[in-house]
Design a protein around this ligand. Sequence first.
Ligand SMILES: Cc1cc2nc3c(=O)[nH]c(=O)nc-3n(C[C@H](O)[C@H](O)[C@H](O)COP(=O)(O)OP(=O)(O)OC[C@H]3O[C@@H](n4cnc5c(N)ncnc54)[C@H](O)[C@@H]3O)c2cc1C
Length: 363
Amino acid sequence: MDVAIIGAGIAGLTAAFELTRRGLDCEVLEKSRALGGRMATRRHDDCAFDHGAQFFTVRTPEFAAFLADVGLADDLVALAAPVVEYPFKTISEAIAAAREEVSAATATGRPLPYRYNFRNGMTTLAKRVAVAIGEERIVRECFVDALEWNAATREWTIHTRGDNTTLGGTRTAKHVVLALPAPQAAQLLERSRPLPGAFEDLIEGLKRVTFDPCVMFAWSSGEDMHFPGVGALRVTDPTHSVTWLAWVDRLVPGRIPEGQSVMLAQFSPNVSRTLFDQPEATVFRVAATVLSQALEIELPTVRWIEVKQWRYANPVVHFDAPDALIGPAEYGIHPCGDYFVRGRVEAAFESGRAAALRLAARF
Ligand SMILES: Cc1cc2nc3c(=O)[nH]c(=O)nc-3n(C[C@H](O)[C@H](O)[C@H](O)COP(=O)(O)OP(=O)(O)OC[C@H]3O[C@@H](n4cnc5c(N)ncnc54)[C@H](O)[C@@H]3O)c2cc1C
């Protein structure tokens, strides 16, 4: 195999797409069953909601072209209700300001500059890229344990756990794209010792990258009339316990059956740290208190709740050692991911594409 890509988030899948279309033999190894990484859609009863990224922007012609190339140009759904900044003076002023922001962004003339999702959720993108590159090139439930350098053949042996039906295995590749969050990439390289020279600086650079965690809480109830006309609150006060509160059915209509309402809250990094690994009942209790005290939202009788914990949600200290990539690239190791740019879907795309183009230039 020419290239093994570790991680089927948007960075890894973009790299796989760009390399495959240039005729390279690639395989994507993903530890989870689902594709898309932090672009994740969850289903409960007949409701679909995103428990990672909530929307994406299309600011560059490259991302617009990519969406068209994988056949999604006509499937983008602009968020149907405004995302307002909170706290605000009055709800009507906040909605007007949010609408103005959308018009200003749309007027820039860039391809499709504002906030989008897909009718069936964020994982639509990963599923479509998988079809475009060929499902057979993706191995799910395949945790990459370690890499081993073979100096004689100048190839990597990739040791995996899982691998769908077997207990693990090995495969070889000339190049490896590390498309997993920096802390996990550093851990993987450390498990891969001994490595050839030139990796120390890369590992140290990856370890300096830090991510905030995020605990997310979704619940379903009957009709919800809080904050009428608002699609989501984006909380700008850094001391607030919640950073994002969304009405899923208002943002992307058609995802939730009539008569139900699904809401979703993301806790701030500090609260997420305290809630991490806590039982659902604790998260529920904290959510009820926070929503009631800070936002005056009383949790009604809920039909179900879902809690999702992201250890590596959002990069806060980005990768700062571009020179440390040079030596490992000579050995065929190419890291990428949102932490090279910023914690955004479009940034992860940009990084995955850049890594693929650099790698393809070596063939
Ligand atoms: C709660 C939340 C809300 C967000 N909201 C937004 C938003 O509204 N808009 C926006 O643009 N962005 C948002 N983001 C950020 C956005 O989701 C990310 O920037 C982007 O999806 C990162 O993509 P990636 O490919 O770099 O990494 P990831 O999506 O993290 O992909 C990495 C993949 O590697 C896999 N992996 C890890 N270790 C191994 C291993 N050892 N072996 C095999 N596979 C492995 C993981 O399972 C994962 O699939 C949000 C993120 C979170 C968590």
